[in-house]
Design a protein. Structure first.
Length: 224
């Protein structure tokens, strides 16, 4: 079955406008992608690496886990060490005669020695706590980085979709005006004008939706 489409002036005009819009969009998309990928490209928006660095340094959960890891590391060091020695000094009120002679002032140094194997056991338990805290921190870091990447690329997608909607609005606005002009001279019917206006309104709604979704995703990214 062969399908033939009449090549009218209206069809040629729409085809040309769509070609121009798609070409403009592809050029702007290529420039935008190069700007995001290239680390040296000047941009007012933070790069993905910068967002990850800020997230890892400012996220409350990550900061709390780092503090917890530091705490168990300190406990691990102290668990493997002997207790501090005790230095004592004795000064009698008055000298008392003993079998060893008069009781005078004295200085003594003492050190507690743990039961054999007890110090090693405490060290093992503290080391396991340190390893567990490190694993929890690594897992939290991976999850946070994954969320930042997901949000970053979602915003990038919404920006591209919004740009496409803007280009579509430009084309449909011109097309709607052309349909209204054709209708005014009796070339086009009212249904064609209504259809063009409906497509134009849909494109404007899509743009508003993408911009609203971008604001929501930006708020979510800032909360990470």
């Amino acid at each position: 079955m062969k399908l033939s489409i009449p090549f009218t002036r209206k069809f040629a005009r729409v085809t040309a406008l769509l070609s121009i819009a798609l070409f403009s969009l592809s050029v702007s998309a290529f420039a935008k992608e190069a700007e995001v990928i290239s680390p040296a490209a000047p941009t007012s928006s933070p790069t993905l690496v910068e967002l990850i660095d800020v997230g890892l340094s400012e996220n409350p959960s990550i900061k709390a886990m780092r503090a917890a890891l530091h705490g168990v590391e300190q406990r691990y060091s102290s668990a493997r060490a002997f207790d501090d020695p005790t230095l004592s000094y004795t000064q009698p009120i008055s000298e008392v005669e003993t079998r060893l002679g008069p009781n005078k002032r004295s200085i003594a140094l003492s050190q507690k020695l743990p039961y054999p194997g007890k110090l090693r056991l405490k060290g093992k338990l503290a080391r396991k706590d340190t390893e567990l805290a490190g694993i929890n921190l690594e897992s939290a870091v991976r999850d946070l980085v994954a969320e930042i990447k997901s949000s970053y690329y979602e915003i990038y997608y919404l920006d591209m979709a919004a740009n496409l909607s803007r280009e579509r609005i430009k084309v449909l606005e011109h097309f709607t005006k052309a349909e209204m002009n054709d209708y005014s001279v009796g070339v086009a019917g009212l249904s064609e004008v209504v259809s063009a206006e409906t497509r134009f309104a849909d494109a404007e709604y899509d743009l508003v939706l993408f911009e609203e979704l971008r604001r929501a995703e930006t708020s979510r990214l800032n909360a990470l």
